[in-house]
Design a protein around this ligand. Structure first.
Ligand code: HEM
Length: 160
């Protein structure tokens, strides 16, 4: 599986093709990247994928970087809904299949198993990374500092 990554990630056309495949997965995706320098995005993604795979192998530095990705994709920043990740995996696997001549269903399972470890972490942190914000309860003049993730559901709070 690492060798498969080596075979495809070395090819600069791989990432352009990945984004073409990814954007086709849903009409919601293209607008998310509308203002992005895609050449830079492709470079960042290349590093990102290698961190996902190294994290699954227990690499500590990769764990830090996957933590950063979890934070940047969480509700408060890029706000990537967890239901987008299967589309991301499908587009990636479609692209690996196109570029890796040695692709097999077994290899696909290995990729997905490795990616799942990091992606489950990203999804689990979707709602956790909230900037501590000062909120003001609608019914009270007293301000309290809490994170939105801790906001009891159903309680009406207004941003100050
Ligand atoms: C686990 C798979 C993913 C990886 C490895 C990944 C990687 C990255 C990286 C490295 C960046 C740039 C640095 C950053 O902002 O943190 C980024 C930004 C971004 N990603 Fe992802 N991403 C993943 C999944 C997704 C999914 C499923 C979506 C949904 C559409 C998405 C949408 C975005 C957006 C909108 C940005 C910001 C673009 C901008 O700055 O305008 N990502 N991603």
């Amino acid at each position: 599986m690492s060798r498969s990554c080596g075979r495809v990630c070395m090819n600069p056309r791989f990432f352009a093709r990945f984004y073409a495949n990814f954007l086709r997965q849903s009409p919601l995706i293209a607008p998310m990247f509308a203002r992005r320098d895609m050449a830079k995005q492709r470079r960042l993604l290349r590093a990102g994928i290698s961190f996902l795979l190294q994290y699954a192998q227990g690499n500590d530095y990769a764990a830090l970087r996957v933590g950063d990705l979890a934070a940047s994709h969480s509700r408060n920043r890029h706000n990537i809904n967890p239901n987008m990740y299967p589309l991301w995996i499908d587009a990636l696997m479609m692209t690996v299949q196109e570029f890796d001549e040695q692709f097999t269903p077994d290899l696909r399972n290995k990729w997905v198993a490795a990616l799942r470890v990091s992606i489950e972490r990203m999804i689990s942190q979707y709602s956790v990374f909230q900037r501590p914000t000062v909120w003001k309860a609608a019914t009270s003049s007293q301000s309290i500092s809490i994170t939105a993730a801790m906001t009891p559901s159903g309680q009406r709070l207004m941003r100050r």
